[in-house]
Design a protein around this ligand. Structure first.
Ligand SMILES: [Fe+2]
Length: 177
């Protein structure tokens, strides 16, 4: 089975589940994130990172009833690597929670924009970064992309949005592995 087929199947099986505490499903959230990336003229790999940023929830693991797989940012790293995704894509996916912790620490107004569920999970994810952590995060070669991905993640929680389907991303997925 190709990686794209595997991913399409994964979303087919688990994608209809609720995206914890939000009014969209896992699949809707992933598709809306990816579509935001497309609208922002992101490169294909960044679009795929947006699509897959929460794949850790679908892979299962250390499950918390309210917030899903607790370490969903890092638990999928080996899974992505085994499928041949680049270190950049892996860094983007695995850094999307750190990006939230960075933004909360450095932009006071950002915390106000977080959804209720995202605010709740923040505490369990370590809360705002320390100054030292924030400096380290800002030095990442993917810093700008990480913040862009985070903004799409935040925007991808609209229960009314109608966006292109999963098949739209098949070629981009194949090109990213
Ligand atoms: Fe997300």
């Amino acid at each position: 089975m190709s990686v794209a087929d595997e991913i399409l199947e994964l979303f087919g099986e688990g994608g209809s589940g609720a995206y914890f505490g939000e009014r969209v499903t896992q699949l809707q959230h992933a598709l809306q994130s990816a579509h935001c990336a497309v609208l922002a003229h992101a490169d294909d790999e960044l679009v795929v990172a947006a699509l897959l940023h929460d794949v850790g929830h679908l892979l299962g693991g250390n499950l918390h009833a309210e917030i899903g797989v607790i370490d969903h940012d890092s638990s999928c790293v080996e899974w992505l690597r085994a499928r041949g995704f680049s270190e950049r894509l892996i860094a983007l996916v695995s850094g999307h929670v750190a990006a939230k912790r960075y933004l909360v620490a450095t932009r006071p107004e950002y915390r106000e924009r977080l959804s209720e569920a995202s605010t709740k999970t923040l505490a369990l994810q370590g809360g705002a970064m320390s100054d030292e952590e924030a400096q380290g995060f800002a030095a990442s070669p993917y810093f700008r992309d990480l913040l862009r991905l985070r903004s799409w993640d935040e925007a991808a929680k609209d229960p009314e949005a109608v966006v292109p389907g999963l098949d739209t991303y098949r070629q981009r997925i194949e090109a990213a592995v």
